[in-house]
Design a protein around this ligand. Structure first.
Ligand SMILES: Nc1ncnc2c1ncn2[C@@H]1O[C@H](COP(=O)(O)OP(=O)(O)OP(=O)(O)O)[C@@H](O)[C@H]1O
Ligand SMILES: [Mg+2]
Length: 613
């Protein structure tokens, strides 16, 4: 009997192997990445292998209770994200099911039934659309044709989908529309196509841009050790490896809260469920000091629920980055925070094991590197396709910060060493620092960033010109690095002969290094003032420490002793700068500078008087 085209859509389960199922009965027309819907539970899966008599799909939900010969439907489309107003301030699982709605629908039971189906974005909510283009204008992919105020902070720019161009033959008037109502039509070669606000994009495909450009601006994180020593550029890629409890999640969350990106996509990849609930609660409670609105209004969260198997973790990584690219295309600076990518890599390993593929290193498949690179290479500063509402070109960025949890904190393991190849900055979290409560536990000796050369110019424009300490951000970095590495060089000898037996000049280095570590590098993410340091406070803070170092050395040369320097009263005030001087009162640090000079002068006067006697 010849099967009809419709029949080709159906197959049946011929084998169940953990989260993988084998399907027989599909004829032709099945492609890698196509979605399938499995059994009466409507479990979603993705085709990952095709043989001539069967295909293999990985399921995004648990496969228990599935039976052989149950029906499978080929949906003939890859996993795609719905893109439209309504994404911000929302929380989705890896396959973009809206979790807030789902939890409400589960009557507060807190868990979701398998195969539950909800459209990612509301079809009935109305959004106020303002047209920005007129009928008969030529438009092309990426052009902003209208706007919707999606949240109080972020304007959603409705764009012509990529790969579409022509003449605008219809555009809706200003007013309220749902995301599925028609709002514009484009005519090309006598064919007219209709569009609503809702667009879709497959998660495995990069969204197109005109060209990649060099980064030139920092992503200001508010974390002092990062912004000064190991900065990340907007459009950069960074990894944060760290053993158990070393502070990965706290770093990711504080960047999500305070960094100067416009839009944040936070991907909790296989992390504990309650962490995600905490994130959601915290974000809604924190008010952005600049806009006065909840920080959730610029944030989209992806989270996997505990009843989803490992394959959903990979989906959440690529789903998150696809949505980030969509906001980037509107002209925004977007930051993607993925916590933690190890959970995702473990998922790849597990599935590869089920497929009986030949493992390469520690059980990870040979394609681990290509998967990681496919994720991190989606970062960058780009000149976008299309123009903004005033017909100017759009430049925007996508920054990726991914954490890694290497087993027993060993950075030579495959996920860390492979990720290192694809990122330009590496914030190594050190367990010893974490145990001694030095947070953020970013090790200043083994971390690095290749971005400073791109960012010096930006910082030069924001320098505080202190004639007593007229050095720029880059020179501050170099001097701080030099002091910290000298301290490290002196470590062995100090252990042998004791600190007090070193020459005073070396003791001063150790004293200043300790001051840097305990006041500048340590930062309490939970203190109202210390949680975020802006650029002005950062520069003033570090210059004051370097000034103390310089003046201290001068005093030693003039015959003063180290104790005189250590007893300067201004030092005890310097130690408290991080939690006593808010960002907008950074001028108080200049006052401390004046106090330092006054104290030194009176010290000199006293000594002068003593000598005369
Ligand atoms: N900057 C910080 N300021 C104050 N406390 C911090 C800071 N960073 C981390 N901590 C403390 O360390 C604890 C563990 O941090 P966190 O949960 O971020 O670690 P993690 O590396 O994500 O752990 P896991 O490996 O379990 O995911 C926090 O609960 C907090 O008490
Ligand atoms: Mg964590």
């Amino acid at each position: 009997m010849i099967k009809s085209k419709e029949d080709n859509k159906f197959g049946y389960i011929s084998l169940i192997n953990g989260s993988l199922i084998e399907i027989k009965g599909f004829r032709n027309q099945i492609r890698i990445h196509d979605l399938v819907k499995i059994s009466k539970y409507n479990i979603l899966g993705e085709v990952i292998q095709i043989f001539n008599d069967r295909v293999v799909a990985q399921c995004y939900e648990n496969t228990f209770d599935l039976e052989l010969y149950e029906k499978v439907i080929n949906l003939r489309t890859p996993l795609s994200m719905e893109l439209a107003p309504g994404l911000l301030a929302n929380i989705f699982d890896g396959i973009q099911r809206p979790l807030k709605d789902a939890f409400e629908k589960s009557n507060g039971k807190g868990f979701l039934n398998r195969g539950f189906e909800l459209t990612p974005l509301s079809r009935t909510k109305k959004w106020y659309f303002v047209p920005k283009r007129k009928i008969s204008e030529d438009v092309q992919g990426g052009d902003v044709i209208g706007t919707v105020q999606e949240t109080k902070i972020i304007e959603h720019r409705i764009m012509v989908p990529p790969n579409i161009s022509g003449v605008l033959s219809f555009i809706a008037e200003e007013g309220e529309y749902t995301i599925i109502e028609e709002i514009f039509r484009i005519e090309q070669n006598n064919i007219e196509k209709s569009f609503g606000m809702l667009q879709k994009w497959p998660i495995t495909e990069k969204r197109p841009y005109q060209e990649l450009i060099n980064p030139s601006e920092p992503l200001i994180t508010g974390i002092r050790v990062v912004d000064l020593l190991f900065p990340v550029a907007k459009g950069g890629a960074v990894t944060v490896p760290g053993g158990f409890g070393t502070g990965k999640t706290v770093i990711q969350q504080s960047i999500a809260k305070w960094c100067n990106a416009d839009v944040i996509v936070f991907i909790g990849c296989g992390e504990r469920g309650n962490e995600i609930a905490d994130v959601l609660k915290e974000f809604s409670e924190i008010i952005d000091p600049k806009s006065g609105h909840s920080l959730l209004e610029r944030t989209i969260i992806f989270a996997n629920t505990s009843n989803m198997p490992v394959s959903a973790r990979e989906a959440s990584i690529f789903s998150g980055v696809t949505i980030a690219e969509y906001y980037r295309d509107m002209g925004y600076d977007v930051a993607v925070l993925a916590d933690s990518t190890s959970r995702w890599a473990e998922a790849l390993r597990e599935i590869s094991g089920l497929l009986e593929e030949m493992p390469v290193e520690e059980g990870y498949p040979a394609y681990l590197a290509s998967r990681l690179s496919r994720f991190y290479e989606r970062a960058g500063v780009v000149k976008n396709i299309g123009c903004d509402a005033s017909k100017k070109e759009k430049i925007s960025s996508l920054t990726i910060i991914g954490s890694i949890s290497p087993p027993s904190g060993d950075f030579s393991e495959p996920v860390t060493s492979t990720t290192k190849r694809f990122v330009q900055a590496f914030w190594a979290l050190d367990s010893r620092l974490a145990y001694s409560k030095h947070y953020p536990a970013i090790d200043w000796l083994s971390s690095y960033s290749n971005y400073p050369e791109y960012l010096s110019e930006w910082w030069q424009k924001r320098d505080l010109h202190w004639h007593e300490m007229d050095i720029d951000w880059n020179m501050c970095r170099n001097q701080i690095n030099a002091i910290l590495s000298r301290e490290n060089d002196l470590k062995n000898i100090t252990q042998l002969i004791g600190e007090t037996n070193l020459p005073e000049e070396q003791q001063l280095t150790i004293f200043i290094a300790k001051l840097i570590r305990n006041t500048f590098l340590i930062q309490n993410a939970f203190d109202l003032i210390d949680c975020y340091t802006d650029t002005k406070k950062l520069i003033a803070f570090i210059k004051l420490i370097l000034l103390l170092d310089k003046e201290g050395r001068d005093l030693l040369k003039q015959g003063f002793i180290l104790e005189d320097i250590k007893e300067l009263e201004v030092i005890s005030k310097l130690r408290r700068i991080n939690y006593t001087i808010p960002n907008d009162e950074f001028n108080k640090i200049s006052n401390l500078k004046n106090e330092l000079f006054n104290e030194i002068n009176s010290l000199k006067l006293i000594y002068g008087a003593l000598e005369k006697r």
